[in-house]
Write a protein that binds this ligand. Structure first.
Ligand code: GLY
Ligand code: MN
Length: 492
């Protein structure tokens, strides 16, 4: 890289009007008040992040570990998506939505473990033209950046200017490992350097993959800071659902009511947290049978159900992931309630077995037992529930093709690079947080079910914490039973 602190050029030079005259540059560079340092203290998460780095250090003795935050991603032309650091970077630094794009954490091996240094682009001085002439990172364009010393105190980490990351690259050899998918340019530079040092034509990435895997597995058990954030995210999400119910008269009156559901939830997210952890699913009527319905362009019609799958992500990036299915008119029809109660029974049965020592996959098996029994009881299956549950049959899965649970945390589908033996076949430990989200979806054109079932989709999703001797449903206060949902809607 020419200089790590130089952002890529944008295609806007054809309309740049920035004056170049020395009169202007002299004038705009002077006349500014002295900057005073803001007093900061270490954020709550700093000590937890240090402990996470220590645990990582123990797994990779003698290895130089490079964890980039990632760069801003282009949405189109010269507009970017809102910047979000790579999840592993956020986990190891505690720097979330206020992180500076392009930063990188380096863990340098020592005899005693590693020393960690955070490289980032600090506030630029008035002696450069960056603050007014650089629309990517200039202070007049995107806001001020913190100083090296403030970030060092805030995160409890040594800090250096990003430009000095060049010196780290010069040291990179085959013992260096990088989180590959965080920053493509940085990964290319590290690859190039390792190739040079290895004096070979090809480079294996096995070590990098081990790093990503271990970073994912480190996140399987949440620390007390993370559990606190998950609780806060769930509580903020509950407010979002309350807002949607209160707004239902407007939503029903609008031709694209689903969009208003999304907008109302998003308004709460922006006001109280940071953003949403994933695109809100606002699926009314038969749209509920599309598992990830995010187009959200349909009406919300009284008499139908609406499935809302939404989660607020806090500034720390921890997100909730909650689904509730509501009768738009305020009360369930008999058939809607029958389907709803079956899904609730599956969720409750799955929750009832959660405790340390069971396998993650047992949760899904328990939910599927109920789904098979119910669909068999209603005469929907060509065989008995028992036969359907045999691995070679699984007829009931026609009505719920997705899994029952996924880990939850900084990512809505957290710990994605963990090995199967640690995830699906893994054993539950206190501090794990995951969803339980069974559903039943009867497609509008499904000839295997009586007409009255067609177009009904129900999912109930809660966020679950494994405790020392069982489990806690973090979202238990968001009404779950059919009666409680009706009462919730009547209150609003
Ligand atoms: N909330 C969407 C999902 O879990 O896939
Ligand atoms: Mn989910």
């Amino acid at each position: 890289m020419a200089d790590s602190s130089t952002p890529r050029p944008r295609a806007t030079s054809n309309r740049s009007t920035t004056p170049q005259s020395s009169s202007f540059t002299d004038y705009i560079s002077s006349g500014w008040a002295e900057r005073s340092e803001v007093d900061v203290v270490a954020r709550d998460q700093a000590a937890f992040a240090a402990d996470r780095r220590n645990r990582l250090s123990q797994r990779f003795p003698g290895k130089r570990l490079i964890v980039p935050a990632g760069a801003a991603k282009v949405r189109s032309n010269d507009t970017d998506y809102p910047f979000r650091t790579h999840s592993t970077f956020a986990h190891l630094t505690g720097w979330g939505s206020d992180a500076v794009a392009g930063s990188v954490l380096v863990m340098e091996p020592t005899d005693a473990g590693h020393t960690a240094t955070l490289y980032f682009r600090p506030a630029a001085g008035r002696d450069t033209n960056e603050f007014y002439a650089n629309s990517d990172v200039g202070e007049f364009w995107t806001g001020p950046r913190p100083s090296l010393s403030n970030v060092a105190t805030d995160l409890g980490l040594a800090t250096l200017p990003l430009a000095q990351f060049e010196a780290v690259l010069d040291l990179v050899d085959s013992s260096a490992l990088i989180v590959r998918d965080a920053d493509r340019d940085m990964t290319d530079q590290v690859d190039g350097r390792r190739l040079l040092m290895a004096d070979s034509e090809a480079l294996e990435h096995d070590g990098d993959d081990d790093l990503s895997r271990d970073l994912s597995e480190l996140r399987l058990v949440k620390d007390s800071y993370e559990v606190g954030e998950m609780r806060a995210a769930v509580n903020a999400t509950q407010q979002g659902f309350n807002d949607i119910i209160a707004d239902l008269p407007n939503i029903v009156a609008h031709a694209r009511g689903e969009r208003l559901v999304e907008g109302t939830f998003n308004r709460r997210a922006r006001a109280e947290g940071n953003t949403v952890g994933y695109d809100t699913i606002a699926a009314s009527g038969p749209h509920a049978c599309v598992l990830h319905w995010t187009r959200n362009d349909g009406p919300v019609t009284p008499g139908d159900l609406i499935l809302i799958d939404a989660g607020i992500e806090l500034d720390s990036y921890y997100t909730a992931d909650i689904t509730r299915t509501l009768p738009i008119r305020g009360s369930f029809t008999e058939i809607q309630r029958r389907v709803y109660d079956a899904v609730l029974e599956a969720a409750d049965a799955a929750f009832a077995i959660v405790r340390p020592g069971i396998k993650f996959r047992d949760i899904h098996a328990e939910a599927m037992r109920v789904i098979a029994e119910k669909t068999a009881e209603w005469g929907l299956l060509p065989v008995s529930a028992e036969e359907s549950l045999l691995p070679d049959n699984q007829y009931h899965r026609r009505y719920m093709v997705h899994g029952t649970s996924h880990h939850l945390g900084i990512d809505v589908h957290d710990c994605a690079a963990a090995r199967r033996e640690m995830y699906l076949d893994g054993v539950l430990e206190p501090g794990m947080v995951f969803t339980i989200e069974p559903g039943l979806y009867f497609q509008p054109d499904d000839l295997t079910v009586p007409e009255e079932y067609r177009g009904i989709g129900v999912r109930i999703e809660d966020d679950i914490l494994v405790t020392q001797d069982g489990a806690e449903n973090l979202s238990v206060n968001i009404p779950r039973t059919a009666d409680a949902v009706e009462a919730w809607m009547a209150r609003s």
